[in-house]
Design a protein around this ligand. Structure first.
Ligand code: OAD
Length: 249
């Protein structure tokens, strides 16, 4: 076991309140392209060009087709050992909170309870007029994008660039952040706010930050421990390390 891994496990042994934040990297091993990775382009569009209210206003069909493409991949995907390890961590740390930036719904499929999908969920749709949400599977798909009963276009119930996160979702996230003594940040490039600011805030409150990523990110400068590799390998190894520690004591 590496020194960094030992330090992470040692910290977790005394952690009272654990907050986990995840990004697209945790779902990469389920076969879902990340946003900023080499496979993140769709028909030469970057996520930032399509995931905006302006793109939807200008060309709703293209934006909807992009989400259909992502839903097609995600629909066949399964939670991977990284997702399952976080569910195991929830059993070990009963107050654990998970904030995910992912809209793929894979964490939810592990049965995890305390989860905030801070950027929404692409299996839900929302009326562009009155904001009412429903599950996509309950909506008759007569056109692309489908329309609400009121006649207005339905859009994915996700947060786009330039949009605000719902205030109660944001409040819950900030509460979880201020309560935690250890933050584990997994598979995010750490460039999209507000999540990008959480590691520094947790450090400012005297907390400890563990990063899990394939490569260094802006979070690495702030993190107390950085574990480089696949989250599907590292997170189960952390769980096993904690189990071994507990068996010793
Ligand atoms: P990114 O695509 O920006 O970053 C993915 C991160 O995961 C990178 O730092 C990779 O190095 C890392 N990574 C890839 N595979 C990994 C693996 N197997 N194990 C561990 N790490 C791995 O995705 P996010 O940071 O999630 O927002 O992006 C943040 C937000 O920007 C998204 O929620 C989305 C996006 O545009 C909206 O749509 C509003």
């Amino acid at each position: 076991m590496s020194n960094e891994m030992e330090r992470a496990i040692e910290r977790l042994r005394t952690t009272k309140s654990l907050l986990v934040i995840t990004g697209a990297g945790i779902s990469a091993e389920s076969g879902i392209p990340t946003f900023r990775g080499d496979d993140g382009l769709w028909q030469n569009y970057r996520a930032e060009e399509l995931a905006t209210p302006w793109a939807f206003e200008r060309d709703p069909v293209t934006v909807w087709k992009w989400y259909d493409w992502r839903r097609g991949i995600i629909g066949k995907a399964e939670p991977n050992p990284g997702h399952h390890a976080i569910k195991r961590l929830e059993e070990m740390f009963p107050g654990l909170f998970l904030i995910t930036q992912n809209v793929d719904g894979l964490h939810g499929r592990t049965g995890i309870k305390n989860i905030i999908e801070i950027h929404g969920n692409l299996w839900r749709v929302r009326c562009s007029r009155d904001g009412r949400t429903s599950m996509l599977m309950d909506v008759p798909l007569k056109s692309i994008p489908p329309r609400c009963e009121c006649g207005e276009l339905l859009r994915p119930d996700v947060v786009w660039f330039g949009e605000s996160i719902l205030s109660d979702v944001l409040q819950m996230s900030y509460n979880a952040m201020s309560l935690c003594d250890t933050l584990m940040v997994v598979g995010t490039s750490g460039v999209v706010y507000p999540v990008a600011s959480f590691p520094e805030n947790v450090k400012g409150n005297g907390g400890f930050v563990i990063e899990v990523n394939l490569e260094p990110t802006p979070i690495t400068n702030v993190a107390d421990v950085s574990l480089f590799g696949k989250s599907g390998d590292i997170l189960p190894a952390i769980v096993e390390g904690i189990v071994r520690q507990q068996a010793k004591n």
